[in-house]
Design a protein around this ligand. Structure first.
Ligand SMILES: NC(=O)C1=CN([C@@H]2O[C@H](COP(=O)(O)OP(=O)(O)OC[C@H]3O[C@@H](n4cnc5c(N)ncnc54)[C@H](OP(=O)(O)O)[C@@H]3O)[C@@H](O)[C@H]2O)C=CC1
Ligand SMILES: O=C(O)C1=N[C@H](C(=O)O)C[C@H](O)C1
Length: 264
């Protein structure tokens, strides 16, 4: 079988460089382009790219995707900064390019995906919930894409369960002390040298609390998810939001890596 022709955009970055190495090391994938800020996007078409992985910056990602989708290149997107409006724009481009797929994943690590699912499951049962995300000191966006998505999922689950808005007794406080409000869920962002990517979801009920914590200790935590997405997106036309949609209940890989429809 011919190898899937893959490009990485943002290939000099923290995660992009690791992704380029992982694609290069995969037997069934061919790294045909590894571009960064000053390289023309035409490099992708000239290289015959079938799937592009975008790991750049919230300011750059939409322009990159307009080019990719416009040229029928499937996209795997880890870059953050997504809003409802931005997702709608991307969906519109994909509708005009039938057969082309894009996966936007707030987080590619299996632990983070499970954290979101567990949080969504717990949300209906607890009166209070707050999210704390902690990242390295070079992160451009706050709250993180993962924390934003986690809070949105929690809020939707609370609404579905008929839970009222959370009680907040604060009448005196400094701006920001209670975090950012994401659909009614307070989200607190810590930026600290030495950290990579971490998140705690704290639930509180009568006489008890529940904490769900996930830690990405190395960029390698994102690689199995990125490779799974690269292998799956050509058979998933349109917009997919969240890696969970590419996971299956098939046999687990020996190292616990997520598996998908192609046994990736
Ligand atoms: N979904 C997930 O699981 C994960 C997502 N991320 C996200 O990925 C993104 C990148 O993170 P990180 O690697 O830490 O960031 P970095 O700043 O280390 O890397 C981004 C790279 O993209 C380059 N770049 C910026 N603009 C463009 C452009 N227009 N075209 C091509 N390259 C460009 C940057 O160049 P320059 O330095 O010159 O600006 C840099 O080399 C962030 O949004 C982050 O949140 C990160 C980890 C996991
Ligand atoms: O910038 C990062 O590092 C990360 N960004 C993503 C996010 O904003 O959620 C995923 C992960 O947290 C690492």
């Amino acid at each position: 079988m011919s190898k899937l022709r893959v490009a990485v955009i943002g290939a000099k970055g923290r995660i992009g460089s690791e992704a380029a190495r992982s694609v290069e090391a995969a037997d069934d994938l061919d790294l045909v382009a590894a571009i960064d800020r000053d390289d023309p996007l035409e490099t992708l078409t000239e290289a015959g790219t079938q799937v592009a992985v975008d790991l750049t910056h919230p300011d750059a990602v939409l322009g990159n995707l307009e080019f990719c989708v416009g040229h029928g290149i499937h996209a795997v997107v880890g870059t953050t900064g997504w809003t409802t409006e931005r997702l709608a724009t991307l969906r519109g481009w994909l509708e005009a390019a039938p057969g082309t797929g894009a996966l936007v994943a707030p987080n590619f690590s299996i632990g983070a995906v499970l954290t979101m699912q567990f949080a969504q499951q717990a949300a209906r049962w607890f009166e209070s919930v707050e999210v704390i995300e902690l990242h390295h000191d070079n992160k451009a966006d706050a709250p993180s894409g993962t924390a934003t998505r986690t809070a949105q999922l929690i809020a939707a689950a609370r609404t579905e369960a008929g839970r009222p808005a959370q009680h907040d007794p604060t009448t005196h406080g400094l701006d920001g002390a209670r975090g950012a409000d994401v659909d009614g869920v307070p989200v607190h962002s810590v930026r600290l040298r030495g950290l990579l990517a971490h998140q705690e979801v704290l639930f509180g009920g009568t006489g008890e609390t529940l904490t769900i914590r996930h830690d990405s200790l190395h960029h390698s935590s994102f690689m199995p998810g990125i490779l799974l997405a690269v292998r799956t997106v050509p058979s998933a036309p349109g917009l997919t939001y969240g890696l969970e949609h590419f996971l299956t209940d098939g046999p687990a890989a020996a190292d616990g890596s997520p598996t998908g429809p192609r046994g990736a």
